[in-house]
Design a protein around this ligand. Structure first.
Ligand SMILES: [Zn+2]
Length: 258
């Protein structure tokens, strides 16, 4: 069995290049044989990319997250365009809206989101979407601006009704460790309504550690735990589920299965 961690903030787990490669290696030993590294800030992208250059099973997303709306850096759009030319850069992300924390005003977040959706269309890449308490605006914007290569709601946190609406846009839904929390009824109900070919999983490490590891710093190596909880919910054979998740993830990022 092998798993694809579609969302890991390697640069936030640790800063040291050697330690980062150990995180990747430990993940691989646990069956997480591919992962997408998400830069927390565009300012960190080049450094993390360089650190992980030797890891051929690590892919990269590049983008300006809503947390950086007030400080995306000079020529940020140009920097994204240059970065996607590098090997194994497979998505624009994470991008989106966050009304929970106070990152600048809503209008500047919306403008940054739309600009990057259009950039993803131009660069022919899928998008990784961050949505926190902004579901209504996110969906409205995606209805007009979703790039042809599609998008994934990373760390899905809305409910089943919202998922039904998002399914009309053919979006993917990625579940993190919070799926394993007993009180996450909204997520458990969402899983029930989703077609299997729309589901991805992610660690969102170092955040969202699965319930079984509560108190620990989350790592990509814990991802199989989220997969087994998902398998139990779906009453599915673990190997069959792993194969489907593997196929979905690679298809979404435009990667070969082997
Ligand atoms: Zn994230």
């Amino acid at each position: 069995m092998q798993y694809f961690d579609t969302h890991a903030h390697i640069g936030l787990i640790c800063d040291d290049p050697i330690e980062q490669l150990i995180v990747i290696q430990e993940a691989r030993q646990a069956g997480v044989s591919r992962l997408v590294s998400i830069c927390n800030s565009l300012h960190d992208f080049s450094r993390i990319y360089e650190n992980l250059k030797s890891a051929g099973n690590v892919y990269h997303a590049v983008g300006v997250s809503p947390s950086e709306v007030q400080n995306p850096g000079k020529n940020w759009a140009q920097l994204i365009e240059q970065s996607v030319q590098l090997p194994r850069v497979v998505a624009i992300g994470e991008i989106g809206l966050d009304y929970y924390r106070k990152f600048g005003d809503k209008n500047s977040q919306i403008e940054l989101f739309i600009t990057q959706l259009d950039l993803a269309t131009k660069l022919n890449l899928p998008v990784i979407i961050h949505n926190r308490e902004a579901g209504h605006n996110v969906l409205d914007i995606l209805r007009d601006r979703l790039p042809p290569k599609g998008g994934v709601f990373h760390c899905y946190s809305e409910n089943a009704e919202y998922a039904r609406k998002a399914l009309d846009l053919n979006l993917y839904f990625s579940f993190a460790g919070n799926l394993t929390y007993r009180n996450a009824r909204n997520l458990h109900e969402t899983v029930e309504v989703l077609p299997l070919d729309r589901i991805l999983i992610e660690s969102e490490s170092p955040f969202m550690v699965p319930a079984d590891y509560r108190g620990k710093r989350n790592m990509p190596k814990y991802l199989p735990n989220t997969a087994s909880v998902l398998g139990a919910m779906l009453e599915m054979d673990q190997e069959a589920l792993a194969a489907i998740l593997w196929e979905n993830s690679n298809k979404f990022f435009g990667l070969p299965l082997e």
